[in-house]
Write a protein that binds this ligand. Structure first.
Ligand code: SF4
Length: 57
């Protein structure tokens, strides 16, 4: 499962830029999951998110 904690997300856009098939920025500028599939890319985005808002398991 791939989840974004929107309370933590600062809207930097790294995850959506890195994995556009998994994440997109919503109207409030926060990331949202559009495809809930654990991919290597989603795992890397979770690692690279500066505020650890993404959980992948
Ligand atoms: S990388 Fe993290 S802080 Fe940046 S948009 Fe994605 S979830 Fe939000």
């Amino acid at each position: 499962m791939v989840k974004v904690d929107k309370n933590k997300c600062i809207g930097c856009g790294i995850c959506a830029g890195m994995c556009p098939e998994t994440f997109q920025m919503d109207l409030s500028g926060k990331s949202e999951v559009i495809k809930n599939e654990v991919t290597d890319c989603a795992k890397k985005a979770a690692t690279d998110c500066p505020v650890e808002a993404i959980s992948v398991k």
